[in-house]
Design a protein around this ligand. Structure first.
Ligand SMILES: Cc1ncc(COP(=O)(O)O)c(C=O)c1O
Length: 434
């Protein structure tokens, strides 16, 4: 449904809530300004309602979580909450943990290679990354990590080892081990040459993990050339390092395939999943080839890597419901079709002011903005995001300078909704040019 604003945005309730929050939440967390934020009350499909009753068209899937539509897994959680809210993850687990690990194996390594995948569950995405890094350290007995400039893998101390956006790392840099080599992430053939030269200078003997997003999300929706993942695969095969794909953002039908790595037909040793896995519950997974995961010793009652909420039954029930949908070929086909429709509509903005690139795969699309003198136009992008909010369209900027308008809508966006968003975007781009 199209937006329906019944108060100016943000409305009085959102403004009051922002003031109250400012008194009690760490000041580095929720950005507040006269135009920002709106406080969400409920959500369904491609729509969100705020505390003032305004209805928005939601084009982010709330950080890529509601891929199947807001509320898709609500019935699973309602049903599960009648029976069991919590179990003892690595001691006496919920029955559903078994089913979830089976589904995760089926959708990843069984589908890619025919062999089983084994899973370490976590809560947030960054925990899946940390589980993958620990697995690589155990399996290879090497400490070194290769990661990429512009990369985002979450903000835990372990995940920060792979951070390619410097400001996330800087305040804590002197607490982090010097074990990461950052390589340039290629956006085109020139970038591929730079990546190859940098890789040629890496001593492969001490690298245990190569951590990479198949498409960089937070880095600005950067799609590398098709040979990139293949070349990383070959390098890992030659050196003995393990290839970790962080598909926390790109996985589960976000890009018009079940996983972004399927565009290039490259199979990792470990894959990290989160976000869309449950459609709205903090649960994540590091899934690896069985032989790789068996680097973890058999537990004798004291797991080396676990947490209180591991395999939480509500999260498992939601993830099973979501994976059952993601496993259907029709879901992938719908993501591809709707992504094509969105891309085609966004392409009509190509000649508009500031627009220097329109790119994307499936329901992960981006418009890059620059000033006429070539400077990245992060100032314009944030202005547009705020203007669109006033029209009832929720969008976010990405990229190191915030100059990329990112679209990661839920499945189910129709032609009318796409047209509405694109026309407001066009008008906003033109207004910013005056
Ligand atoms: C590619 C990628 N990896 C990891 C993460 C971290 O996930 P979480 O915020 O759930 O810890 C994100 C979050 O945006 C992400 O986009």
């Amino acid at each position: 449904m199209l937006p329906d604003l019944i108060t100016p945005v943000p409305g009085p309730r959102s403004q009051q809530l922002a003031a109250r929050l400012g008194e009690v939440e760490c000041r580095n967390t929720t950005f507040r300004s006269p135009e920002w934020p709106v406080f969400w009350e409920r959500a369904e499909g491609v729509n969100v309602w705020d505390a003032d009753g305004n209805r928005y068209l939601e084009l982010t899937s709330a950080f890529g979580v509601a891929t199947l539509g807001h509320g898709f897994t609500a019935e699973a959680v309602r049903h599960q909450s009648r029976d069991l809210l919590h179990a003892m993850g690595d001691v006496h687990p919920a029955r559903l943990k078994v089913e979830l690990c089976e589904r995760l194996s089926a959708i990843t390594f069984e589908s890619w290679t025919g062999g089983k995948g084994k899973t370490l569950l976590g809560n947030s995405g960054f925990e899946a990354v940390e589980a993958a890094l620990k697995t690589a350290a155990l399996a290879t007995r090497r400490t070194g990590i290769l990661a990429f400039e512009g990369a985002y893998h979450g903000l835990g101390y372990g995940a920060l080892l792979g951070a390619g956006i410097p400001w996330f790392r800087e305040p804590f840099d002197n607490q982090l081990a010097r074990i990461t080599t950052l390589l340039p992430f290629p956006a085109d053939e020139t970038g591929l040459d730079a990546f190859r030269s940098a890789l040629a200078n890496v001593d492969g003997h001490d690298i245990g993990a190569v951590l990479v997003e198949p498409i960089q999300g937070r880095g600005g929706i950067i799609i590398p050339p098709p040979s990139f993942l293949r070349e990383l695969r070959e390098w890992c095969d030659q050196t003995g390092a393990l290839l970790i794909f962080d598909e926390i953002f790109t996985g589960l039908n976000r890009t018009g395939k079940r996983f972004a790595c399927e565009w290039d037909g490259v199979v990792p040793d470990l894959v990290c999943l989160g976000k869309a896995l449950s459609g709205g519950f903090p649960i994540s997974a590091c899934v690896g080839k069985a032989a790789v995961m068996d680097a973890w010793p058999e537990t004798h009652g004291e797991a080396l890597h676990t947490s209180t909420f591991l395999g939480n039954p509500l999260g498992c029930a939601m993830a099973i419901a979501a994976l059952d949908e993601h496993l259907k070929p029709a879901t992938t086909a719908a993501a591809a079709d709707q992504g094509t429709a969105l891309h085609t509509a966004l392409m009509t903005l190509s000649g508009e002011p500031f627009v220097t690139a329109v790119r994307g795969r499936g329901l992960l699309q981006a418009i890059e903005l620059h000033h006429p003198d070539g400077r990245p136009a992060g100032d314009v992008a944030i202005g547009i995001v705020q203007e669109l909010l006033q029209q009832g369209v929720l969008l976010l900027p990405e990229g190191p300078t915030g100059h990329v308008l990112a679209f990661s809508p839920p499945l189910g966006l129709d032609a009318g909704e796409i047209g509405f968003a694109v026309e407001w975007l066009r008008q906003s781009l033109r207004r910013k040019n005056k």
